[in-house]
Design a protein around this ligand. Structure first.
Ligand SMILES: *Cc1c(COP(=O)(O)O)cnc(C)c1O
Length: 218
């Protein structure tokens, strides 16, 4: 699918859901993609990108930022505390605030750096043991704890279980966000971004549908 095809599908979903045009941000997930493919999407005028790994982002985005104005980089992968500083320096938004220890580290670094990227709290909506994220039942308390640390919580993020209907998870995430007064919803990937927009996604994270299949890392 081309970038323009995705953006027109997003516009169509927004209209069908009775949402304002442009109320969904498309994050082009460029992890593991060759620089030439990323460059082509930048050439088309897109400026919002997502990376999974801090190391990879550090090797790629400072150069692109020198060449293109207005890049907005989203860190969307699991974040080790020892990479938090680098993630905060590189990223405009971090989607994976998933545990109290990381919240404390980000709060301390925000003091030191005098700034903090916008943050999404990752919720483990499927309560999968192998998956990162705050349990749905702990989310209200965790949001309050993060706000008490003065962290800029923009919203909630989820990655639904692969074998379940994602809409149930999107609806749960939307409910948790609404009852905490949060407006940001980071949900929806290549296979389900249209369902996510129908349920209120403000940020969809789309990789392979834009760039083609990822070349596996060896
Ligand atoms: C890779 C990734 C995506 C994009 O996945 P696609 O299926 O390629 O669209 C979205 N979100 C996260 C957290 C990812 O790691």
């Amino acid at each position: 699918m081309s970038l323009s095809e995705i953006t027109s599908r997003i516009a169509k979903c927004e209209a069908e859901a009775g949402r304002a045009a442009g109320s969904t941000t498309l994050i082009a997930v460029s992890k593991v993609q060759p620089n030439a493919r990323v460059d082509a999407v930048l050439q088309e005028g897109h400026r919002v990108f997502g990376e999974n790994r801090v190391q990879e982002a550090a090797g790629k985005w400072p150069q692109f930022r020198e060449r293109y104005q207005g890049i907005e980089l989203h860190i969307i992968g699991p974040l080790q505390t020892n990479k938090a500083r680098q993630a905060m320096e590189l990223g405009d938004v971090i989607h994976t605030l998933d545990r109290p220890k990381l919240a404390n580290t980000l709060a301390r670094l925000a003091q030191e750096l005098g700034r903090c990227p916008d943050l999404f709290i990752q919720v483990n909506t499927g309560e999968e043991p192998q998956k990162a994220g705050i349990a749905p039942s702990d989310t209200d308390a965790f949001v309050k704890d993060c706000q008490a640390l003065d962290l800029p919580v923009a919203g909630l993020m989820c990655i639904p279980p692969v074998d379940e209907e994602p809409s149930l998870h999107f609806a749960l995430l939307a409910k948790l966000a609404a009852r905490n007064g949060l407006t940001g919803l980071s949900m929806g990937m290549s296979g389900d971004f249209e369902r996510a927009i129908a349920l209120g996604a403000t940020h969809v994270r789309v990789g392979s549908a834009i760039f083609g299949a990822r070349v596996p890392v060896t």
